[in-house]
Structures are given as C-alpha cells and as structure tokens.
Design a protein. Structure first.
Length: 242
C-alpha cells in the first residue's frame, strides 16, 4: 500500500496527494447532481433554510472564488475571496438559486472544471504563495475546497454521512476547527478509535471523547453522535462558523 505524505500536525495530505482525493470527490459530486431530478434539487438540504440548490450554488460560487485566488496568487497578486465580502457572497447564493435547474447544474460543472484547471497550473513551490483567503497561502484554498465539498456532500442529505469521511479529513477538521472552541475553555479531544488527542483553547478543562469522525462532525456542526462523551458537564457551545 502506498503511504500518503501528510502534515502530522494538521492531518492534511501534501497538495499532490490531496489533489487526487479532491478530483475524485469533484467527480462524485457532479455525478450525484446529475442523478438528482428537479424536485430533489429543489428539496430541502440538511442545512436549515437551504434547499439542495442553495448548497450547489454556494459550491459553484466558492469554486469560482478559489479559482480566482489561484489566478491572482500565480501573478503575485492578492484579491478578496468575494468582492463585497460576506453580504455579496450571500446575495450571490440568493440570486443563483433563482436560475433554472439545468443552469444550476451546468454552472457547478463549469466552475469545478475551471477550478481543477487552475490547480493544474500550480507548481509545487507555488502552493506557498500568499492569498487573501484567511491571510494564508494557496494550499489553504485547496484545504478549504476539500473541507467544503466533503461537508456539503453530507448536507445534500442524499446518503453520504459524516462517518464516511476520510480519516485524513476527520484528523484535519479536529485540528482546523479548534477556533470554534469558546473563550475560557481548554478543550481536549480524545478519539477512541484512531488519531491522536488534540487540545484547543485556554481555560476550564473539558474533555470530549468519541470516534474520530464523530468528533469532527460535532466540531463542524453536523450533529452530535450518542457515542460522544463530555466531562465534566455537557458539551461546550461552539462559536459560529466563519
């Protein structure tokens, strides 16, 4: 079996390996969308107030935004993720869901294809180029898309579940989402099946145990498994996703 090169501190595979994983998930997403009839496309997702069309439009716009980050980074330039920030992002979703169903499907396929084409131009050293997304580097936009496509495939509520997430993603989420720990809490996450413990925050100690994917799902706001245990007391209230 071929080993995967991975940053052990974050659980993220190296860009070359991650691109292979992401391209497969892109193909899974597009195949899934093609199987949805119009009624299912407009049906409710697992996200309150959002239909599946909302989820797909969001992914379309995000793919275009990440491609733009790559375009500018390769030219040595910085650009905002969305012109106009979060209000413009939300308005774009609202406009997009009013498009015909066929156009929503086609726009997603076009945006994903364009994003993969941009990433094909990125040389190994280019992944360290700065971007505006979280004031990080270009590889962070690849991590972003990986998270978003895996999480929103679950949100589509068509059979893909959080316990099917790759181990590497669950490891990454339990590291990346540490910023959701509220002030005044020192949260220790202890997987009971695989992975290593992680601690986030400073303050009153709270230990949360459970299967790795269940811990990741809780941090991502995708449900609380009955296998999760917290002591002392209940689970802390996580901060809003930003």
């Amino acid at each position: 079996m071929t080993s995967i090169s991975r940053d052990e501190s974050t659980g993220v595979p190296a860009p070359a390996e991650l691109l292979v994983m992401v391209r497969q998930r892109d193909a899974d997403l597009l195949a899934t969308v093609e199987r949805l009839d119009d009624a299912a496309l407009r049906g409710p997702s697992a996200l309150p107030g959002w239909s599946r069309a909302h989820v797909l439009v969001h992914l379309t716009n995000l793919a275009s935004a990440m491609a733009r980050q790559a375009d500018h980074a390769l030219r040595g330039e910085l650009v905002d993720v969305y012109d106009g920030g979060r209000p413009a992002r939300d308005a774009g979703i609202g406009e997009g869901v009013r498009e015909p169903d066929a156009r929503i499907r086609a726009a997603l396929a076009s945006a994903v294809t364009a994003l993969e084409a941009r990433w094909a131009l990125v040389a190994p050293a280019d992944w360290d180029r700065p971007v505006r997304y979280r004031n990080g580097t270009l590889d962070g936009t690849l991590h972003c898309w990986w998270r978003e496509i895996e999480i929103h495939l679950v949100d589509l509520d068509i059979g893909y579940r959080t316990d099917q997430w790759p181990v590497a993603l669950a490891e990454h989420l339990t590291e990346f989402l540490g910023w959701r720990v509220p002030d005044g809490v020192s949260l220790r996450l202890v997987p009971t099946d695989r992975g290593r413990p992680r601690t986030h925050g400073v303050g009153e100690p709270v230990e949360v145990t459970g299967p790795l994917t269940d811990l990741a799902a809780w941090l991502a706001g995708r449900g609380v498994s009955p296998a999760i245990r917290s002591r002392p007391g209940g689970l802390p209230a996580l901060t809003a996703w930003t």
